[in-house]
Design a protein. Structure first.
Ligand SMILES: Nc1ncnc2c1ncn2[C@@H]1O[C@H](COP(=O)(O)OP(=O)(O)OP(=O)(O)O)[C@@H](O)[C@H]1O
Ligand SMILES: [Mg+2]
Length: 245
């Protein structure tokens, strides 16, 4: 079977108690580029990341990475298979330095990496994320924006082809957003595939090659930013009654 899709989700479903959070979701992500996952609060975006990365097990459906079925595999095996994720809550180790935080990320699940390989990926990742100058600063002493970029550096440090980023740009100001945009495009240029959860639709429009729109656990549309943003019902769903003004 052809594997032009890096990630393929078929019939994915998940309920919590009686609450259906993801319903029969089909989504195929091509290799390379940025796909943004948008949708209102509670749409199921983070749950979808949890299902892909093994933090949750789907009730039904399959998750395939480059054609290989990884459904139900635990997070460390999913990571080893080539998927890295960031979390909405940044999960840095506050008493450790930036370098130590990034080194730990370079370390875990990566298999047989030597110490010098880990240091090299940590160094490169900090450079890419623009936090090399903060290497010896304790995470607790970082600004909010710096924490976001260190979290990104931790993801970059892992040798994963598919990056799932959960609201990495939320709360960033204009200059930081431009920096974020440049970092993500550079990751794509080096051959990574990025799946991005983002609420700021200006960023989504600028950064995305494809946009997937989720509402109530169902995929409403998947297409180019122009296609998705042309759909009035999506704006109405996303912005509620204030839409299209
Ligand atoms: N572990 C859980 N147990 C029970 N319900 C959950 C659990 N995780 C998520 N939910 C519910 O699933 C729904 C989807 O949540 P999810 O966090 O995936 O939304 P989201 O699209 O990421 O929203 P946001 O944009 O606010 O981050 C919500 O109604 C949430 O309350
Ligand atoms: Mg979420």
């Amino acid at each position: 079977m052809a594997t032009e899709h890096i990630l393929e989700l078929t019939g994915l479903s998940k309920s919590f108690g009686g609450n259906r959070v993801i319903t029969a979701l089909d989504l195929a992500i091509s290799r390379g580029g940025v796909t943004s996952l948008v949708g209102p609060n509670g749409a199921g975006k983070t749950t979808l990341f949890d299902l892909v990365t093994g933090f949750l097990t789907p009730d039904a459906g399959r998750v395939r990475l480059l054609g290989r079925d990884i459904t139900g595999k635990p997070p460390h095996l999913v990571a080893r298979a080539g998927i890295v994720r960031t979390f909405q809550s940044l999960r840095l180790f506050s008493s450790l330095t930036v370098l130590e935080n990034v080194l730990l990320a370079a370390d875990s699940e990566a298999g047989m990496r030597s110490s010098s390989e880990r240091h090299e990926s940590a160094r490169v990742a900090m450079e890419r994320a623009g936090v090399a100058g903060l290497a010896d600063v304790r995470a607790a002493d970082l600004s909010f924006a710096e924490q976001k970029f260190v979290s990104l550096a931790r993801a970059i440090a892992k040798p994963a082809g598919l990056m799932l980023l959960d609201e990495p740009a939320s709360g960033l100001d204009g200059p930081s957003l431009r920096r974020f945009h440049a970092i993500v495009r550079a990751l794509v240029d080096e051959g990574r595939t990025v799946l991005l959860i983002e609420h700021n639709l200006d960023i989504v429009r600028q950064i995305s090659d494809r946009v997937a729109f989720l509402n109530n656990g169902r995929l409403l549309a998947h297409g180019t930013p122009d296609e998705i943003f042309a759909m009035e019902e999506l704006a109405a769903l996303y912005f509620g009654d204030d839409a299209a003004t």
